[in-house]
Design a protein around this ligand. Sequence first.
Ligand code: ADP
Length: 498
Amino acid sequence: NLSKRMSEVPIKPPVEVKYTQLLIDGKFVDAASGKTFKTLDPRTGDVIANVAEGDAEDINRAVAAARKAFDEGPWPRMTAYERQKVLLRFANLLEQHNDEIAALEAWDSGKPYQNALIEVSMVTRLMRYNAGWADKIHGLTVPAHGPFHMQTLYEPIGVAAGIIPWNFPLPMYAWKVAPALACGCTVVLKPAEQTPLTALLVSQLLYEAGLPPGVLNVIPGFGPTAGAALASHMDVDKIAFTGSTETGRIISDLAIKSNMKSVTLELGGKSPFIVCEDADVDKAVELAHQALFFNQGECCAAGSRTFVHERIYDEFVEKSKQRALKRSVGDPFKEGTEQGPQIDEEQFNKILRYIKSGVESGATLESGGERLGDKGYYIKPTVFSNVKDDMLIAKDEIFGPVQTILKFKDLNEVIRRANATHYGLAAGIFSQNVDTINTLTRALKAGTIWVNCYDVFDAALPFGGYKMSGHGRENGFNGLLNYLQVKSVCTTLVNPAW
Ligand code: ADP
């Protein structure tokens, strides 16, 4: 019946596309070249809209607007309380328009509408969290060894750039824009070419909330053109990037070779999810399933190496297979859909190539392994057992609905194998044993460790990677520090006795 569902006409998304131009200096404008590109519906490959294609010249215009808004405009100069009020009004507007925003997101990205709605509420919370910090950021008075008054001032870093991916367009937008604006920076953002629409829609709401012109500029376009121009721009003071490790390296290079702008990187992962001997198998199967298949498997933090203790391995594999077979894959607008289509043809083909490589390298294909239906980019939930550490499917980030299950015998062995990767974004532990949990949380080299849960994000909890999964942390107070300069001020005391 899954195949039958795929042959149905896609449900019409309950939303219209309002904004398709570049947003520069508070106005929607065409690209200087007049060029546009197509953003596609992942359910069918049909065109949703033609979107203005920003290039180096448009990046120059946007950075000039952001520079002017920072150097001369009111935003960094208004009181933090006034900035906070704009961000809080924006959060209220997000709530009022949540249906429209979520529908546009589900249409452009293929993620289930219900999940997109949850993301809008996460973004709302994130805006309020960062708005709350705006008037609580301050420096210190420092005790001096000598007749001086010493203090630190926290200043906004300047023009901040963000380059974001297509898997979580709205949360990634918020991770970049919210702390930057709370600190008093101005911003140029480049959304991913696959998902440019929601960034334009919510940015218009931010202006309706009272943002002064030029404080936020949004330039849809491609990576090697618009993205590279932003990363190498001499007038950008900071760049934050989320995406693949390869592109992160390019951006880091461009930043160093231009003006050595400060860089935050949130990159790929191959995160272990470790199911210990004492685990309740049914619960562990469900959590491991969600850890991998959530968001079509298109998660940098996906629990993409499921390590299972040998004592429960066979039962775990059989139940994981049954769970994958039950996963409801279909139109993102259909109620009850757990998994929509992959984002585009390129990712779809890449995932199918990895599945082929898994079969060829001798892993056991338990379920899925092929496309679903004959149009759009749907892939059947795929489970591999008997996966070995040196197989490509156990080493590379697949970014799709492909679970790889590996067997382990003891804790030291699984620690060694879990850490034997260039990545270090996240890890999951499933156990009730406090000693096992404490050992693993300390031994695993990853920026976030989820114990008996997975993919729990919070505006207040820092997120970022060890090793080649990135550099720096976003969210929490650590996230704000990326957008601040610390200035030290030292003043002679004429009368130190007092
Ligand atoms: P993916 O390959 O999954 O699309 P990327 O890391 O390439 O992931 O894309 C994430 C973001 O980085 C997108 O906004 C994309 O346009 C941008 N990007 C891609 N290549 C470059 C580049 N050479 N310079 C700057 N940005 C880039």
